[in-house]
Design a protein around this ligand. Structure first.
Ligand code: DGL
Length: 263
């Protein structure tokens, strides 16, 4: 039965595990296929055509592997490809930007919102456009951070200059910004260092994304009817060991099935 098909979750690498963690908490009995495209990371400095090409390849992989719904657990891929993917595939597809925008507007008192993201997401204006749907008067400041994703993929805590880099990006926001969105799914892995340098609200779109997924599955009558814990299979297109190390530390459990896709 389609209800017990998989949910496909993808990112350019390990960042989407921050969304996966929330999905597992809310929907523990679902079977999930996680695809970390770390052979092509970072997406954040690629062209829209390149990113769309990666996304369509991953979607084809999910369709071949019985996915009933897909979560684009990557802001950059959401900004570049959500509309295109929705046009081309019939399965429900959830991105992270709309849930992030909604959470930010709810969290902010003065509606002055900063967004830390990849350079691609910042240049796309996707957060400002989406936040405008929830608040007409909100002011949005989008800061592209080219260094962060590669550092997080390689092991965030091994970099001594990490705090200086974070400080520098946060200092670009005006002082009245009361809410910062982690507009790249890698950034919750660096959340402690971000919180040390920003004392307002920090919004991680992951939780709201898992709620959007739950509602979509429910409305489409696609929630799993299994009463046992779901299976999670991991696939990467690049280095397995680096992925495993960072993902296991963040997820807090041992990854049992991890495969490398040969291209
Ligand atoms: N995790 C990603 C995001 O949410 C992409 C990072 C990258 O590959 O540059 O945007």
């Amino acid at each position: 039965m389609k209800k017990n098909y998989n949910i496909g979750v993808f990112d350019s690498g390990v960042g989407g595990t921050t969304v996966l963690k929330r999905i597992i908490e809310l929907l523990p009995n679902e079977n999930i296929i996680y695809y970390g495209d770390n052979g092509n990371a970072p997406y954040g400095e690629k062209t829209i055509k390149e990113i769309q090409g990666f996304c369509l390849d991953i979607m084809d992989f999910f369709m071949m592997n019985n996915c009933k719904a897909v979560v684009i657990a990557c802001n950059t891929a959401t900004a570049a490809s959500l509309e295109l993917i929705k046009e081309k595939y019939t399965v429900p597809v959830i991105g992270v930007i709309s849930p992030g925008a909604k959470s930010a507007v709810e969290a902010s008192t003065n509606k002055c919102i900063g967004v830390l993201s990849t350079p691609f997401t910042a240049a796309s204006n996707a957060y400002a456009d989406e936040i405008a749907k929830y608040s007409k008067t909100a002011k949005v400041y989008q800061e592209g951070c080219p260094e962060l994703c590669p550092m997080i993929e390689a092991g965030w805590e091994t970099f001594e200059d990490r705090e200086t880099i974070i400080k520098n990006h946060i200092s670009k926001f005006p002082r009245n910004v009361d809410t910062v969105v982690l507009g790249c799914t890698h950034y919750p892995i660096a959340r402690k260092d971000i919180a040390r340098n920003f004392c307002g609200n920090i919004v991680d779109p992951a939780r709201e994304t898992s709620v959007a997924l739950y509602n979509t599955l429910k409305n489409s009558n696609l929630l799993s009817d299994s009463d046992t814990k779901g299976k999670i299979d991991f696939f990467v297109s690049g280095d397995k060991d680096k992925f495993r190390k960072v993902a296991e530390q963040f997820l807090g459990f041992e990854i049992k099935t991890l495969y490398r896709i040969e291209k």
